[in-house]
Write a protein that binds this ligand. Structure first.
Ligand SMILES: C[S@@+](CC[C@H](N)C(=O)[O-])C[C@H]1O[C@@H](n2cnc3c(N)ncnc32)[C@H](O)[C@@H]1O
Length: 423
């Protein structure tokens, strides 16, 4: 039995059948995986999830009745490996037929064998997609059609095509704390590449977590840096949707004299903030609160209030390709209501002259600009402030900014800085 294929199958089953987060399921698997299998398991897991729509479509063209469950998963894995790996066809077909034998329904063995044999000659050059430009883009790039339509509406077809077609490099961003990149490379015996921030490097493979380093995307770091740049040295900072604590902890490291408060609605997620703060040796006040609800003791109390609201996540598909599988168009209006309720409530906590920072990790105007424009229309005491982020010239000095992976080389976050009038 090919152990890398087996581990990939078990990991993908967790995602498809139990809806586990891809990054969480993969990390769990890699912890118990043979060293020599890790790179291949990572490639197959991310590759299959990232290409799910396309693999479904290709398979549908080679079968009379679309399979489900294990049979479909094994065919997707087999088709992906036939397309992307330089392993002989007979070996791929045999290994996946072997894998089919461990499933509950042994009848699928022959079906998997025969279907992969018929897919093999055509998979590398498969290009038989519909002529309609949106359907073509959606199927060939495995992006939900409803999401492609939204991007076309928000950005026009050309930019939408670039967003959907972008293949990000598979590098992990590691944020360093109290250790220089060269020393980090020596200590962890790893190659590092510089990033736009002097306290972060790109590494290949699994992140090295510890008290001196942590995996954090450049976009997430950018939001914390924006908050730190606008908060007075001894000011008060409130992170309303803080778990697992990435931005709060980094904020506190950038601004040690400031007072930082981090909230989340879920008790188990507040514990994540606390354990992350402990690991990084940072002092945060934490609260379990529903931030759509008033908290009059906090009215006008904070210099900076960050609303890093729950969102559809289409800016972080590089680490969460499973979002493309399970997120639906109808979720967006529910998310918009929650996002606006948090923003509308938490603006009360900003002191006169202070700032409200609104951020998401998604690309759709519905959840980003539309919410902010509505908020400004309803709150005449707020106006756009200024982002301070000299490392990203395109964002620096703007009132809001949409990071785009293909253009900015980082995850697709949105951020707006809104200032409350008065002094
Ligand atoms: C995008 S995540 C925050 C990520 C975090 N800022 C970080 O950098 O690590 C959104 C968070 O909002 C929390 N959340 C959802 N509804 C909330 C509510 N009504 N009040 C407070 N937090 C909420 C979720 O539990 C989730 O942890």
């Amino acid at each position: 039995m090919n152990t890398a294929f087996l581990k990939s199958y078990q990991t993908l089953r967790e995602v498809y059948q139990n809806r586990a987060f891809s990054s969480v399921a993969l990390n769990r698997s890699l912890n118990v995986c043979k060293n020599q299998d890790k790179a291949l398991v990572t490639k197959i897991v991310y590759g299959v999830l990232d290409n799910d729509g396309k693999l479904n479509y290709v398979i549908s063209r080679f079968v009379r009745k679309m399979p489900k469950g294990d049979a479909l998963l094994i065919l997707k894995m087999g088709a992906y490996c036939l397309a992307e790996l330089s392993i002989p066809v007979y070996a791929v077909v045999n290994d996946f037929a072997e894998l089919a034998k461990i499933t509950e329904d042994k009848r699928i063995v022959g079906f998997v064998n025969a279907t992969l044999k018929s897919i093999a000659p055509q998979i590398k050059n498969f290009d038989d997609y519909p002529d309609d430009p949106i359907q073509n883009l959606a199927l060939s790039r495995s992006y939900p059609e409803w999401a492609v339509r939204k991007l076309v509406k928000d950005y026009g077809f050309d930019v939408a095509r670039q967003i959907v077609s972008y293949d990000p490099p598979r590098l992990t961003t590691v944020r360093l704390h109290g250790i220089a990149p060269a020393e980090f490379a020596r200590r962890f015996a790893t190659e590092v590449q510089p990033t736009i921030f002097d306290d972060a490097v790109f590494v290949k493979g699994v992140p090295h977590d510890g008290s001196v380093c942590t995996a954090q995307s450049l976009s997430s770091m950018a939001i914390a840096r924006i908050c730190a740049a606008i908060t007075p040295r001894q000011g008060k900072f409130l992170d309303c949707c803080a778990a697992p604590g990435g931005k709060s902890v980094y904020f506190k490291q950038l601004s040690p004299a400031a007072e930082a408060t981090a909230c989340d609605v879920h008790p188990h997620r507040v514990e994540l903030i606390q354990s992350y703060a402990r690991r990084m040796d940072v002092q945060l006040a934490t609260y379990c609160r529903d931030m759509t609800q008033p908290a009059s003791e906090w009215n006008g109390a904070f210099d900076t209030v960050l609303c890093d609201v729950p969102c559809s996540g289409f800016g972080v598909l590089d680490t969460r390709p499973d979002i493309k599988l399970f997120r639906e168009n109808k979720d967006i209006s529910e998310l918009m209501k929650l996002q606006y309720a948090i923003l509308n409530n938490c603006c009360e906590f900003v002191k006169a002259g202070g700032s409200l920072v609104y951020s998401t990790c998604t690309l759709f105007d519905n959840e980003n600009g539309q919410n902010v424009r509505k908020f400004l229309k309803n709150h005449s005491d707020f106006d756009y402030g200024r982002i301070i982020l000299p490392q990203i010239a395109a964002a620096d000095g703007k009132g809001f900014y949409q990071f785009l992976p293909h253009a900015d080389g980082m995850q697709g976050f949105y951020v707006a800085v809104l200032t409350r009038r008065g002094s």
